[in-house]
Design a binder for this molecule. Structure first.
Ligand SMILES: NC(=O)c1ccc[n+]([C@@H]2O[C@H](COP(=O)([O-])OP(=O)(O)OC[C@H]3O[C@@H](n4cnc5c(N)ncnc54)[C@H](OP(=O)(O)O)[C@@H]3O)[C@@H](O)[C@H]2O)c1
Length: 325
């Protein structure tokens, strides 16, 4: 394990003054890119990649209750903690709660997702899941806790959706007060979902984690988040490997000019525009490569050319959050 490597990964400052490393390792394993072939999550695939990521110098890990990888991450990190190779304060661990069902889920995910409308006491359910998350991770507090989605997909009741979000957020705020979560944020929130929390006078989320890559850009959402000091985390920074993004001709040309892989160019485009990135890879070479981002720059003209590959309609590897009330 190379501690000096972790030291060179820069951080951004969250709106509560805490630091977040700009590159985190994506800990969701499985296949969710084929819209009709959702296979659910496959945590059993995570053992080797997450071990390699820790060895390569990642100290920021992005998992979730529904990924089923909290236990695996807890074991891998726990071993390093036990062997004295790592201390808890070197790590930045994110988990997420309150993922609605996205059928057809096979594997384990159906037990780890739930329909917000069918839960009598949302606060109690979230608190129970968080207890289980912390138990699986075995690291005491989590550094960042995220509401995984703004609501349940089929819900047609806007009033319910807004109240449910507020109830979950209030519970998250209580976790911060008792020190179990150092920071709290949201995922897949549109400007309107964010407005609901902000207008209710609640704690402003530290982070909005959302699908973002050259084929799925939303400059208005970026600007809204910037104006409220909300850090945007780009999930699926490579579009989960779909749509031919990693072979895009414009990005390929820039990658040749810079002598870097298209993956590195995409990650650097995100970083230079102020987003945290959460790349996932199962390949040792690419796991390491996705951290080698701090000895080159993309110039303004090249950045603008990458902006320009934006299609007229966003291509998403995950569900469209604008469909959630
Ligand atoms: N909040 C949410 O709702 C949400 C939703 C989706 C994802 N996420 C988070 O975001 C993380 C990343 O998203 P993701 O897992 O969907 O996909 P991703 O990181 O966008 O893409 C992963 C794919 O890119 C390939 N890849 C990785 N590095 C590469 C490189 N340098 N060059 C070429 N190909 C490369 C991988 O192949 P190899 O394995 O062969 O390298 C894999 O096929 C997740 O693990 C999760 O933590 C959050």
């Amino acid at each position: 394990m190379n501690d000096s490597q972790s030291a060179v990964i820069p951080s951004l400052t969250l709106n509560n003054g805490r630091e977040i490393p700009v590159v985190g390792f994506g800990c969701a394993f499985g296949d969710w890119t084929g819209k009709d072939e959702m296979q659910g999550f496959r945590p059993e695939e995570s053992w080797r990649p997450m071990t390699l990521a820790l060895e390569a110098g990642y100290r920021h890990f992005d998992t979730a209750f529904c990924y089923g990888t909290e236990r695996h991450l807890g074991d891998i990190v726990g071993r390093a903690l036990a062997e004295g190779k790592l201390t808890r304060d070197e790590l930045f661990v994110t988990t997420k709660l309150a993922h609605p069902p996205t059928p057809p889920h096979v594997a384990i995910s159906h037990r780890l997702t739930w329909d917000w409308r069918k839960v009598d006491d949302l606060a109690a359910r979230v608190a129970d899941d968080f207890d289980r998350s912390k138990e699986m991770l075995g690291m005491g507090h989590v550094d960042l806790l995220l509401m995984h989605w703004p609501g349940t997909f089929e819900n047609q009741d806007a009033g319910f959706a807004k109240e449910a979000r507020l109830a979950i957020w209030e519970t998250f705020e209580s976790f911060v007060e008792r020190g179990d979560a150092h920071s709290i944020g949201v995922c897949n929130f549109t400007q309107s979902h964010l407005d609901d929390l902000i207008e209710a006078g609640r704690r402003v989320p530290a982070v909005n984690q959302t699908e973002y890559h050259p084929y799925c850009q939303d400059p208005e959402l970026l600007e809204f988040c910037r104006s409220h000091s909300i850090i945007v985390e780009a999930y699926a920074p490579f579009a989960s490997g779909a749509f031919g993004l990693l072979k895009d001709p414009v990005i390929s040309e820039i990658s040749e000019q810079l002598g870097r892989s298209t993956g590195q160019v995409i990650l650097k485009w995100h970083l230079q525009q102020g987003r945290v990135v959460l790349p996932k890879s199962g390949n040792a070479k690419r796991i390491a490569q996705n951290l080698e981002l701090f000895d080159f720059e993309i110039d303004e003209e090249q950045l603008a050319r990458i902006d320009g590959v934006k299609p007229s309609e966003a291509q998403r590897s995950a569900a469209d959050p604008t469909t959630v009330l």
